[in-house]
Design a binder for this molecule. Structure first.
Ligand SMILES: *[C@@H]1O[C@H](CO)[C@@H](O)[C@H](O)[C@H]1NC(C)=O
Length: 173
C-alpha cells in the first residue's frame, strides 16, 4: 500500500508540473500573436497570476488590471506636479481629464455585456491619450514626461485592444 500512495502522489505532482509548464508557454504563445510581443510579455509576466492562466479571458483581465493600475498611478503623478514650465502645467490640466476617462474605460471595459463594447472602451481610452498628446504638442511641451507617459499608456491600449479582440473571437462574438 505505501508504494501505491507514493505513485499516486508522484502522479499528481507530475500532472501539476506539466500544467504549470504548459501555462507559461500559453502566455508566450499568446504574446507571439500580438504586435508588441515584448511589452505583452513584460506586462503579463509582471503579474504572478499569468502563470496559472489557461485562457485568453484570464490574460485579458490581468492586462487590463495592470493597465488600470498603471494609468491610475500616472494620473496621480500628474495631479502631484505643482511646479514646472507653464506649458507642462497647462497641458496637465487637460491631460488629467483625459486620464480620468482612460481609467474609467479600463475599469469598465470588462464589465460590458457585449464583448465588442469592451474593444470600443479601450479604443476610446486610446483616443483620450491622443487628445492629451495633441494638447501637449500644441502647448509646446512635447519634450516632457507627459509624452513619455502617453507612449506607455498607448502601449497598454494597444495590448488591451489586441487581447480583447482575441478574447471576443474565441467567444464567437
Ligand atoms: C507603468 O508601466 C511602465 C511599463 O511597465 C513603467 O515603466 C512605468 O513606471 C509605470 N508607471 C507607473 C506610474 O507606475
Amino acid at each position: 500500500m505505501p508504494s501505491l500512495s507514493f505513485s499516486k502522489i508522484f502522479l499528481v505532482f507530475s500532472v501539476v508540473s506539466v500544467t504549470v509548464i504548459s501555462n507559461a508557454e500559453f502566455v508566450d504563445d499568446v504574446c507571439k500573436k500580438l504586435g508588441n510581443e515584448q511589452f505583452c510579455l513584460a506586462v503579463l509576466k509582471s503579474d504572478s497570476r499569468s502563470k496559472f492562466a489557461k485562457d485568453i479571458t484570464t490574460l485579458t483581465t490581468i492586462a487590463v488590471d495592470v493597465a488600470s493600475k498603471n494609468t491610475t498611478a500616472t494620473r496621480d503623478y500628474f495631479l502631484s506636479v505643482k511646479t514646472g514650465p507653464p506649458a507642462v502645467l497647462t497641458s496637465l490640466k487637460d491631460c488629467i481629464d483625459s486620464y480620468n476617462v482612460v481609467i474609467a474605460d479600463f475599469r469598465n471595459c470588462l464589465k460590458e455585456q457585449d464583448c465588442s463594447l469592451a474593444g470600443y472602451d479601450i479604443h476610446d481610452a486610446g483616443d483620450e491619450v491622443k487628445r492629451c498628446q495633441a494638447i501637449t504638442d500644441s502647448n509646446g511641451a512635447h519634450d516632457s514626461f507627459i509624452t513619455t507617459s502617453n507612449s506607455v499608456t498607448l502601449d497598454f491600449c494597444g495590448l488591451g485592444e489586441s487581447l480583447v479582440s482575441l478574447m471576443c473571437d474565441k467567444r464567437g462574438a
